[in-house]
Design a protein around this ligand. Structure first.
Ligand code: UDP
Length: 332
């Protein structure tokens, strides 16, 4: 039976495709290509260009490809954009997800895995957060995702859809074999930005705030390698196929790195001492965001393969270097 991967031409979705191909799963990708790249999807994988909010299309893909599980990655993910265009985010991430879930229920899909986010916790006071930390999102992006979590919880109760909710912490790095990586322009994320500075794509970078109540004064995040994250999805599906009930899982290593530590690691990996300016805090940045990650290890037996900032950064850097020459688009 086939797994439908929405957003499979995007950053995390394309790593999911690679992971599932390696285990000989049958897959089909649905992507509107608004931010995805056809070249990130291996040519042997069927790629349907279309919208998750187009119910007849989704149902025909489910029927034509014999889909019995869905991994839903397609979404808008830029937090500041969600502040200026909340209704756009609620349309893309929430309303269209509702249509996708409805198509899944009407088509008798059993298992559904949803890309959620640490942003649902908002500025949670307690650190590290656990799955029991009450959600309190502060951005439309976080709210748009939390509402989908609620829909899935209710759909599970009402229709028996088995749903796993994976809350991602700071996803970074790239396929260790160099087949995919973060490719979207106008990067804002720390590791991608530092790699752009190291490869001369920008003149330097800024550290947003050095006066936080942390050991070196800069913010701490729990960076997780994108391929470890993809594996967490595969293990979730194996678990549900074996009769396990979906739940909420934090995807994190359980320890963090500061902005300064990340920049040092990128300088070390690249051998380039790019300029770094120390600037004001960025609005809305909590000092520390780290999760325990214990539940996912215990429930799924998830054992990260790349829990090492040096490896995450080296993989991200290798992708950044080849990005100039990578063929990101192919005819669909
Ligand atoms: N950051 C920074 N300079 C940059 C980009 C990010 O100092 O050019 C900091 C940011 O303020 C935050 C941390 O790096 O403290 C992680 O930010 P990112 O945007 O990667 O992820 P977030 O945790 O905000 O989702």
């Amino acid at each position: 039976m086939t797994i439908l991967i929405t957003g499979g031409a995007g950053y995390i979705g394309s790593h999911m495709v690679l992971d599932l191909l390696a285990t000989n799963e049958k897959i089909v990708v649905l992507d509107d290509l608004s931010t995805g790249f056809t070249g990130l999807v291996p040519a042997i994988v069927p790629l349907v260009k279309g919208d998750i909010g187009d119910k007849p299309l989704v149902k025909s893909v489910i029927e034509n490809y014999g889909v019995n599980a869905i991994m839903h990655f397609a979404a808008k993910i830029v937090v500041p954009d969600s502040m200026t265009d909340p209704l756009g985010y609620y349309l893309n991430n929430t309303a269209k997800a509702r249509t996708l879930i409805e198509a899944a229920v009407e088509s008798g899909i059993k298992n559904f895995i949803f890309s959620s986010t640490a942003a649902v916790y908002g500025e949670a006071g307690e650190m590290p957060v656990t799955e029991n930390t009450p959600p309190a999102p502060v951005s439309p992006y976080g709210r748009s995702k939390l509402m989908v979590e609620w829909m899935l919880e209710d759909a599970a109760r009402a229709y028996g859809l088995n749903a796993m909710v994976l809350r991602y912490f700071n996803v970074a790095g790239a396929d260790h074999a160099g087949r995919s990586g973060q490719s979207t322009p106008r990067a804002t994320h720390l590791i991608k930005t530092a790699c752009e500075a190291a490869t001369g794509k920008r003149n330097g970078m800024s550290v947003f705030g050095t006066d936080y109540d942390t050991p070196d004064g800069t913010c701490i995040r729990d960076y997780i390698h994108v391929s470890d994250l993809a594996r967490a999805h595969r293990l979730s599906l194996d678990f549900m196929r074996a009769g396990g009930k979906g739940t909420v899982l934090n995807c994190a290593y359980g320890h963090g790195s500061s902005v300064m530590e990340v920049i040092k690691a990128v300088k070390q990996a690249s051998g380039v001492d790019f300029p770094v300016s120390l600037t004001e805090r960025r609005a809305g940045d909590p000092p520390e965001v780290v999760a325990t990650g214990e539940k996912i290890r215990a429930l799924l037996g998830w054992a990260p393969a790349f829990d090492d900032l040096g490896v995450i950064v080296a993989d991200a850097l290798a992708w950044e270097k080849q990005l100039a020459t990578a063929a990101l688009n192919r005819p669909v």
